[in-house]
Design a protein around this ligand. Structure first.
Ligand SMILES: [Cu+2]
Length: 169
C-alpha cells in the first residue's frame, strides 16, 4: 500500500484551487515551488499535486490524523521523509494494518510516491498522525502540515479540518 512521492528540482509554489466547503468536495492544492521560500536544495522541476488534504476534527489533548492524495507529476521517484505540524506535540507518518483481525497502526519512516503515480493517504491506510493536539481542531479550520521530501524540499500543505469517521484507522 506504500506508494510513492516525488522529487525533482524546479521551483514552484502553491496554487490552490479551493473546494466549495462541505465535507464531500475535494480540493486540489497544486504545489509549484518557484520562489517558494521553504524550498531547500537544488533547482529544477517539482510538481506535486495534493488533493483533498483533510484532518479529522478532534479536541485538544486528543490524537487525530491527516489524509491526502499526493500525485507525483515530476520525472523522479519521491519520498516524504518527515511530517511536522505545529498543532500537535508529536507528528508521525503511520500506516494502519490488520493483524489477526486486530486493527493496529505503526510508524513508517517514509512514504514513497513513484514518478507519475499517486499515493493515497486515507483512513485504514497511510496517514499523518497528529498526537496530543495543542488546541481544538473544529470543522472548517485549517491546519498546516509541513512535508519534507527526500531531496530536501519542504512543502507546507494546508489541511482542512473535517468530520471524518472515528474508527476508520
Ligand atoms: Cu496513526
Amino acid at each position: 500500500m506504500l506508494k510513492k512521492i516525488i522529487t525533482t528540482v524546479c521551483l514552484l509554489y502553491a496554487l490552490t484551487l479551493p473546494t466549495h466547503a462541505g465535507t464531500t468536495h475535494k480540493s486540489n492544492t497544486i504545489i509549484n515551488l518557484n520562489n517558494h521560500k521553504d524550498v531547500i536544495g537544488s533547482r529544477g522541476n517539482f510538481n506535486v499535486v495534493f488533493t483533498d488534504p483533510r484532518v479529522r476534527a478532534a479536541k485538544a489533548g486528543h490524537n487525530t490524523a491527516g489524509f491526502v492524495e499526493i500525485a507525483n507529476m515530476t520525472n523522479q521517484d519521491l519520498q516524504i521523509v518527515k511530517a511536522t505540524c505545529d498543532a500537535a506535540y508529536i507528528t508521525e507518518m503511520h500506516i494502519s494494518i490488520e493483524e489477526n483481525n486486530i486493527h493496529k497502526m505503526r510508524p513508517v519512516s517514509f512514504i514513497s510516491i513513484d514518478k507519475g503515480e499517486t499515493t493515497i493517504l486515507q483512513p485504514g491506510g497511510l496517514h499523518i498522525m497528529l498526537v496530543n493536539l495543542k488546541k481544538n481542531l473544529g470543522p472548517g479550520k485549517k491546519v498546516d502540515i509541513v512535508l519534507t521530501f527526500d531531496n530536501g524540499h519542504k512543502v507546507t500543505v494546508p489541511f482542512i479540518v473535517k468530520e471524518i469517521c472515528n474508527h476508520c484507522h
